[in-house]
Write a protein that binds this ligand. Structure first.
Ligand code: 3HC
Length: 288
């Protein structure tokens, strides 16, 4: 398959990442179906698209024709079969739980045409943990976007031992078609490039806050003012979702059984309280 053969893209998961990945692909000219198990998430994703695009036009960042194309190209459905049966490329952006992903890939393998590439937007999980749930492991890879996906340029494409070079190449080419910069990782590693680096920063920030050395606000200010980051680690966790930090820690701990991989006490506390960041209007900061 060549990137030119991709006409239809299916994005599974309409959450924090999925809704913006879907819209990015629609704006790049692809017919996109966005699907989720939650109608509420799909409604929110559709409302976002209908609000965001006119705002871009009003701001002079997009023409009316581009906005119309984006909106015409995207559709939302709760029915996975309907979303994926005629797709050429799937980007899975569901919850960061390995068993959910494995089940999804098993279903997608049954539903999608045999030529379709199945990519996962997982933040940390390498695709070899998922590929054997399908009968097409050569067409399975990681395609990892960053939040907010409409803005951030980098996409990591991770080629596992099962992934064909053709699949990785087509995925890299798709990144370019979507106006993104692909980084091709030729070997798998948990967390890829960016999240490994980011995790080191976040773990240290959480350790300092857990120890009472400084508050999350103080640590964020220090990182912004000393390192020039656009937002500090706690604001960023609010933004990407404290639930995601929790699930990533738990998944990793279940895999390694190493206590240092468990989510930090502060993350566990926030997760238990349902204070998951911007999406729940409260995390380390308040968004009322
Ligand atoms: N969705 C879409 N667009 C957004 C947005 C959002 N949530 N937030 C901001 N933007 C756009 C604005 O529309 C604006 O676009 P324009 O310049 O073309 O008009 C542009 O981003 C800048 O926005 P603002 O001026 O309002 O605000 P900032 O200058 O603070 O920029 C930011 C916002 C781009 C989010 C910036 O704060 C930033 O770069 N933050 C760090 C983001 C980051 O580190 N992301 C990686 C997270 S890790 C990850 O994703 C891993 C994954 O596995 C979870």
């Amino acid at each position: 398959m060549k990137v030119e053969d991709i006409k239809k893209i299916c994005v599974v998961g309409a959450g924090n990442m999925g809704h913006q990945i879907a819209l990015s692909a629609a704006l790049a000219g692809y017919k996109v179906t966005c699907t989720d198990i939650s109608q509420d998430m799909l409604d929110k994703a559709e409302t976002f698209a209908r609000t965001y695009l006119p705002e871009r036009v009003a701001k002079g960042k997009m023409t009316q024709e581009q906005a119309d194309l984006g909106l015409n190209n995207i559709s939302f459905t709760i029915n996975l079969e309907e979303a994926a049966h005629d797709t050429d490329f799937v980007i899975e952006a569901a919850v960061e739980k390995i068993n959910t992903k494995r089940k999804l890939f098993e279903d997608l393998d049954r539903i999608t045409p045999p030529h379709a590439i199945l990519a996962t937007n997982s933040s940390f999980i390498v695709s070899s943990k998922i590929a054997d749930a399908t009968k097409r492991p050569d067409k399975v890879c990681n395609m990892h976007f960053f939040n907010p996906a409409l803005v951030m340029k980098l996409v990591e494409v991770v080629q596992g031992p099962h992934t064909s070079t053709e699949t990785a190449q087509v995925t890299m080419d798709l990144c370019a078609k979507m106006g993104k910069t692909g980084a091709w990782l030729k070997k798998e590693i948990y967390g890829f490039l960016v999240n490994r680096i980011l995790s080191a920063l976040h773990n240290e920030a959480l350790f300092l806050a857990d120890m009472g050395i400084a508050t999350p606000e103080e640590i964020d200010l220090a990182v912004m003012n000393a390192l020039g980051h656009p937002m500090g680690p706690f604001r960023l966790m609010d933004f990407t979702g404290i639930d995601l930090s929790y699930y990533i820690g738990m998944e990793r701990y279940q895999d390694t059984r190493d206590p240092k991989d468990k989510p930090s006490p502060l993350v566990v506390e926030k997760f238990a309280k349902g204070e998951w960041g911007k999406k729940t209007k409260k995390g380390f900061y308040s968004y009322e």
